[in-house]
Design a protein around this ligand. Structure first.
Ligand SMILES: Nc1ncnc2c1ncn2[C@@H]1O[C@H](COP(=O)(O)OP(=O)(O)O)[C@@H](O)[C@H]1O
Ligand SMILES: [Mg+2]
Length: 366
């Protein structure tokens, strides 16, 4: 073993609808990470949520997950004095399963929403990205908006409903939305990503359908007015003193930036830098940092905006674990701002270690 190298565990796959996206992000990181500085172990999480040691994102993308009995299934040992991985089926792991840092490359529920982060906190291990609070605020579109409003960030008009509201009084729900939001409107499950379960409703009938669809995915549903404008994204990097990249623009290939538009070959294109005036760029950057701070994010986030032709700005959302392939917006924006992909990985690892050290200073009890 090279003692001077930091032992990083890449964690990818997962139970969410963004499983494949995660594998693609992890494949890029696995390829680009600096082997002179890091020893890399890999853990793939299956769609069922089982953790497998030593599988490669590239292979999983091609062949899917191995059968549990043909692979090394592991668990994280929750022992803050000796955090490590352990095989559940009798295999010996290199370095007794010990490591220096976990790099979660997981998007959506059970990866980006604070649940995984809670597990990592319990085991007392350093990891890349936001903690429990930042991750969960960044995932829940309703609570995210609440903290954004507290910081006076500009948002599209919205209402939040519960699935039970919809079941108990569908007509009242439709009326309320028509009175406060109007058509066309966007209907979203509060806690997902990659546009899953999101629809644009143009009339009462479509609205009812859209609400039913969103209710399949979450008990909480967010309905927003439609903003007509450019879709602009800004990358943020840091812990207590975050910095913002130049903005990029998404040119969706479909009516809006749907799952297909995001990931299929008919592909939406990215315009970097976005076609915007300097004053608007500055404003976007400062809002991106404000949004990052509002949810108490750490390490990395991508903040997404709408900018109208009158140069009115609306914050759409923050993503605390944005897509991370070499051609994804998050790293592309940093590259254009002067931080190449491998250096970005370095910085994120350093920020994860920094945050861990900072946490160790705080006493847990007297
Ligand atoms: N209020 C809105 N006005 C106009 N377009 C919207 C609005 N909300 C969402 N969209 C479109 O839908 C896409 C997905 O919505 P978003 O809130 O970003 O969900 P996700 O978290 O799944 O990415 C956006 O990228 C955009 O194209
Ligand atoms: Mg989005």
């Amino acid at each position: 073993m090279d003692d001077h190298k930091l032992n990083v565990v890449l964690l990818f796959g997962g139970r969410s609808g963004e499983h494949e996206v995660s594998l693609n992000s992890a494949r890029s990181i696995y390829k680009a990470i600096d082997r002179n500085r890091y020893k890399v172990e890999t853990i793939g999480i299956s769609k069922q949520g089982q953790w497998f040691w030593g599988v490669l994102p590239e292979t999983l993308l091609k062949d899917g997950f191995p059968e549990p009995n043909e692979s090394i299934q592991v668990n994280l040992v929750i022992d803050p004095t000796n955090p490590r991985f352990m095989s559940l089926n009798g295999h010996t792991l290199p370095d007794q399963g010990k490591f220096d840092l976990i790099f979660p490359v997981l998007h959506g529920p059970f990866g980006e929403d604070g649940t995984l982060q809670g597990l990592l906190e319990m085991a007392n291990v350093p990891y890349v990205g936001s903690g429990v609070l930042g991750s969960s605020l960044g995932m829940d579109k309703d609570r995210m908006k609440a903290v954004f409003l507290e910081k006076n960030l500009p948002l599209a008009r919205y209402v939040t409903l519960l699935r039970s509201d919809l079941l108990n009084g569908p007509e009242q729900c439709l009326n309320e939305i028509e009175e406060t939001i109007g058509y066309p409107c966007f209907v979203k499950p509060a806690n997902l990503g990659s546009s899953v379960g999101i629809s644009k409703a143009h009339d009462r009938e479509e609205l009812m359908e859209a609400l039913k669809t969103a209710a399949i995915f979450d008990r909480k549903i967010v309905i927003e007015e439609t903003i007509i404008g450019q879709e602009i994204e800004v990358s943020v990097l840091g812990n207590d003193a975050p910095i913002a990249s130049i903005p990029g623009e998404v040119l969706p290939a479909q009516e809006f930036y749907t799952y297909e538009a995001k990931y299929s070959n008919i592909g939406s294109s990215l315009l970097i830098p976005a076609a915007l005036e300097d004053s608007v760029i500055k404003e976007l950057q400062s809002m991106a940092i404000e949004a990052f701070r509002a949810v108490e994010a750490n390490g990395l986030s991508r903040v997404d905006f709408f900018v109208t032709s009158k140069r009115e700005i609306f914050v759409n959302e923050i993503n605390t674990l944005p897509g991370f392939t070499e051609i994804s917006m998050y790293p592309k924006l940093w590259e254009a701002t002067g931080i190449p992909y491998p250096e970005l990985i370095d910085r994120l690892i350093s920020l994860g270690l920094e945050r861990f050290k900072d946490k160790q200073i705080s006493k847990i009890s007297i």
